[in-house]
Design a protein around this ligand. Structure first.
Ligand code: AMP
Ligand code: TRP
Length: 333
């Protein structure tokens, strides 16, 4: 039996992925490429829904791609591609825009959050239709599953609604995708503010970046916020900092939090931080090194991405052609 399709993506909106992106998303993607016919995308068209410096965007897109590959996305197993290199994304988004209600789009909470931050006058129309472009990203590839974080659940619901609406108005066209919500336990918190999730928009001191030098990572972990008692125990409510360190350690080592608590009985926070730093570096340093190597030859990296995009284009074009046909547009040839 052939494998079911799967699609996911991230925006190239920082010069490094952080540990949350790796443990919460990328790591799962690597595991899922065995079982699924996976499409992994760099969502550069989504990134420009908020202002971007062109040089920075170009660099971040390559850096994001290099980190995907370095973390284990295998371009021979999965189709790794750049959203803007597959024109059907923007084309299908237009069609889907035309079957999306204005009120429906207005209810998307991520738009509300982001447009509030940008103040409503400067928020773009692109930001408003962001979830519709995301629906196009997904539906072009007929995926059964879409692995995403909890924050993307509403966008997946919209995607399913649009797919069902299109199918019922124009005839069976799209597979109805399922969100594969990545485990809540894989959530990584900020080192300085351990009740907030680790994020590229937080202070650098609280964020472990894949592309940081090891010495920087050690310093950040050693300087992480704990609490005034000295017991190493998982208690997210009362001991958020220590619990986050235990969660990170567990995620990078595969050891259970219970076993770690037992192993640290009688030891201090200094010991915990040293071990966590070692374990984190053991995982991210090889990724950083490999990504750095890949970035030394951008021609080769670009051509690898172009061939992934060409492969993605085949399925995307076929889906788009069927959509155009169903809605009554004259075929091109
Ligand atoms: P973002 O950088 O917010 O666009 O997120 C890209 C992906 O990384 C999404 O699938 C998120 O769910 C995941 N992710 C982001 N931050 C974290 C975090 N602190 N812990 C776990 N997963 C995260
Ligand atoms: N909006 C997603 C995020 O911020 C990124 C994304 C764009 C995506 N297109 C997608 C995720 C399609 C899954 C499927 O994380």
């Amino acid at each position: 039996m052939s494998k079911a399709n799967l699609l996911s993506g991230m925006q190239p909106s920082a010069d490094s992925l952080h540990l949350g992106n790796y443990l919460g998303a990328l790591n799962n993607w690597v595991a899922m490429q065995e079982e699924f016919n996976a499409y992994y995308m760099i969502a550069d068209l989504h990134a420009i829904t908020v202002p971007q410096d062109p040089k920075q965007l170009l660099a971040n897109t390559r850096r994001t791609a290099a980190q995907y590959i370095a973390a284990g996305i295998d371009p021979n197993k999965s189709t790794l591609f750049i959203q803007s290199q597959v024109p059907a994304h923007a084309q299908l988004a237009w069609v889907l825009n035309c079957i999306t209600g204005f009120g429906e789009a207005s209810r998307m909470t991520q738009f509300k959050d982001k447009s509030q931050k940008a103040d409503s006058d400067s928020a773009s129309v692109g930001l408003f239709t962001y979830p519709v472009l995301q629906a196009a990203d997904i539906l072009l590839y007929q995926p059964k599953k879409v692995p995403v974080g909890e924050d993307q659940r509403q966008h997946l619901e919209l995607t399913r609604d649009l797919a069902m609406r299109f199918n019922s108005r124009f005839g069976e066209t799209f597979t109805i995708p399922e969100a594969h919500i990545l485990k809540e336990t894989a959530k990584i918190y900020d080192l300085q503010n351990p009740t907030a999730k680790m994020s590229k928009s937080n202070e650098p001191k609280g964020t472990i970046n894949i592309m940081d030098d090891s010495s920087v990572t050690v310093k950040k972990i050693k300087g992480s916020v704990t609490d005034t008692d000295s017991e190493i125990r998982f208690d997210a409510e009362n001991k958020a900092g220590v619990s986050n360190l235990l969660g990170i350690y567990s995620a990078v080592s595969g050891k259970s939090v219970k076993d770690l608590e037992a192993a640290f009985a009688g030891k201090g926070y200094g010991d915990l931080k040293t071990e966590v730093a070692d374990a984190v570096i053991a995982v991210i340093e090889p990724i950083r090194q490999r990504a750095t190597e890949l970035l030394e030859n951008t021609d080769e990296l670009d051509s690898l991405l172009a061939s992934g995009s060409a492969r993605a284009n085949e399925l995307a074009e076929a889906t788009l052609a069927s959509v155009y046909d169903k809605i009554g547009l004259i075929p091109r040839s």
